[in-house]
Design a protein around this ligand. Sequence first.
Ligand SMILES: [Mg+2]
Length: 224
Amino acid sequence: MNGLSFCCLTFLLAFSSLHLDGQVDKLPNDVRWVRESDEYAHLCRQTFRLAQDAVREQIKNASGKKMAVVMDLDETVMDNSLYQVERHRQGLGFTQESWSKWVKRQEAGLVPGAKSFIDFLRKQPIRLIFLSNRMNENLAPTKSNLKKLGVLRTDDLFLLRVDKQDTKIIRRAEITGGKGRMKKTGPFVVVAYFGDSSGDFPSSAKEAFGEAHFMLPNPMYGKW
Ligand SMILES: [Mg+2]
């Protein structure tokens, strides 16, 4: 492609969301639902509120043991829908490079209800473990973003992804077995898992959802 064609293509992509009359395209339904609907916000808050009662029960059952709640980050605690909007406006999709740049900007918001739930956890004898497929090299901007959002405590634990082989299955085994990165802290009884993807949970047992597994809605991306 010559330079002129490349410039034209870049221009077209950058303005592909604009109609000739200057009107901006509506966002795709999935992104609009997350950003603009009451339904999405109510559903998230409802999940987190019902989780409080379930966690209280789980704490009673695990009394005397070292307990943790494991939370995914993206679209579970952190709202990255602005990244989706920006990519849409540019006519582009997800790339690891653009995602990493977004993470470093530390501009993710909060999923509705997540802060209230984490505030509740702070009053419980529970350790919070963030288990996310964000790359471990982006740990500092991730922590800084969470701090800005008012949901970080200094003793929170982070298990981010070191490389492709470092699956969530491996990291969950470290939490419950007190091995690898969790050798220092020792094993935890996980009283609840939170995520927006099936891979965020140790099993797909239907009975676990609403008891110890809590799913947040995310229509924007996933492995369906
Ligand atoms: Mg997620």
